[in-house]
Design a binder for this molecule. Structure first.
Ligand SMILES: Nc1ncnc2c1ncn2[C@@H]1O[C@H](COP(=O)(O)OP(=O)(O)O)[C@@H](O)[C@H]1O
Ligand SMILES: [Mg+2]
Length: 394
């Protein structure tokens, strides 16, 4: 009856929505670009999906006059392209990590582990998610190479391990959304107080070379990224990292360089120091190295900083600011055996202007509960007469 088809002011209920989404999904199976093209951008797909959904609604509810809610479009979108049940957590600002172990899921929300139990009805659903991730990254994971490290559509880092090298399917996601902080956010989160906030800003403005030290998970990359956001927009910034963690969306002259390991796709490795070398030729105004780990890149980074790349940032794994000096010295001397400790110190004092040490406290469950800027050191470019660093603790 006509009256039944009059949906004036009516909201679609769960069943209606499910049915609509189902019929749009059926429809797109026959549309070539939906099936074959992974390169098109998501907004484009979203528009197309919207049109299809609208058509479907008009067909089904002849006299409809309700708005197509964004929520419905999003639901459809994550069914078709997104990561289904994961989607919600990827969008959640408070969730930093997602772990899937077969059909179960664990998340870390505000530093606390939450066991969500079984979230997939069977393992096929998990493999479906893996397929989506694969098709987005155009990389593969299979019995021969049962590992995949890649980026999700939003920049989240994802690593997959599948049997037989593991007992279960493991998908680990470091959610990007959560590391996208501003300096103000970190102030609010008590990482540092107002005094340090101002000095940090000045340090970036005055093109200081900054080394951020701390243990894993202490927030080094996060702080580095927020500082990098303060760099004036007209500068050439070269960012060297292993995985795309550091992101500057607002800067037009950012050059991202990624290391790579030997793999099925590439039979040669490109390491950090090679990328630093390339950077020197690209005349970058600032160099950002995600984390110095090996001796060759430590040496080259210091060389680059000593030859006029001011305002550069990097991070290092260390247990204190002094430990960071020690680690750098060791790395440099490891690389060039003819460099003695005095020369290494000289290189470091000239290259680095500011050292920031981030401390993190853990609670009884080993969850990180407090990250704070514990040491803020200014490093004089000359050593003392006795050959020691001249440091000023702020
Ligand atoms: N001040 C902070 N408050 C709350 N969470 C933070 C803070 N700084 C960093 N984080 C979170 O801690 C996690 C680890 O940070 P990251 O910068 O990757 O550490 P690191 O580079 O030292 O290993 C990230 O998920 C990030 O969102
Ligand atoms: Mg890091």
């Amino acid at each position: 009856m006509l009256k039944d088809r009059l949906y004036e002011g009516k909201k679609l209920d769960r069943e209606d929505r499910k049915e609509l989404i189902g019929s749009v999904k059926d429809k797109i199976k026959n549309i070539d670009f939906f099936v074959n093209d992974n390169s098109l951008n998501r907004d484009y797909f979203k528009d197309k999906l919207y049109m299809l959904l609208k058509e479907e609604i008009e067909k089904k509810y002849a006299y409809f006059d309700f708005e197509i809610e964004d929520e419905l479009i999003n639901e459809l979108f994550s069914e078709v392209f997104g990561l289904g049940v994961l989607e919600r957590f990827i969008q959640d600002k408070e969730v930093t990590d997602i772990f899937i172990q077969d059909v179960e899921m664990v998340i870390i929300r505000n530093g606390v582990k939450e066991y969500l139990g079984r979230v997939f009805s069977n393992i096929d659903e998990v493999y479906l998610i893996i397929d989506r991730i694969k098709s987005y990254s155009s990389k593969t994971v299979d019995q021969r190479v049962p590992f995949l490290n890649t980026e999700l559509y939003d920049g989240s880092r994802c690593s997959i391990v599948i049997p037989p090298v593991s007992d279960r399917v493991y998908i680990s996601i470091r959610v990007f959304n959560c590391i996208d902080f501003e300096l103000d956010d970190l102030l609010r989160l008590n990482m540092f107080d107002r005094k340090y906030y101002d000095i940090l800003k000045e340090s970036v403005d005055n093109k200081k070379n900054i080394l951020i030290a701390g243990s894993m998970g202490s927030g080094k990359t996060t702080l580095l990224n927020t500082l990098a956001k303060l760099i004036p927009k007209n500068e050439f910034i070269n960012i060297i990292q292993d995985v795309p963690e550091i992101k500057l969306k607002e800067h037009p002259y950012v050059r991202m360089l990624y290391t790579r390991i030997k793999s099925r796709e590439y039979d040669n490795e490109i390491n950090q120091s090679r990328l630093i070398f390339e950077t020197l030729r690209m005349k970058a105004d600032r160099i950002i190295v995600g984390e110095v780990r090996d001796s060759m890149s430590a040496y080259q980074m210091l060389q680059a900083l000593n030859t006029g790349h001011r305002g550069s940032f990097t991070t290092i794994h260390a247990d204190s600011a002094l430990d960071a000096f020690l680690r750098l010295e060791t790395l440099v001397m490891e690389y060039k055996v003819n460099i003695n400790n005095h020369v290494a110190k000289k290189m470091i004092s000239r290259a680095i202007d500011v050292i920031l040490f981030l401390d993190c406290e853990k609670d009884e469950n080993l969850n990180i509960c407090n990250r704070s800027l514990k040491e803020f050191l200014l490093v004089d470019s000359n050593l003392s007469k006795r050959g020691d660093y001249k440091l000023e603790y702020l």
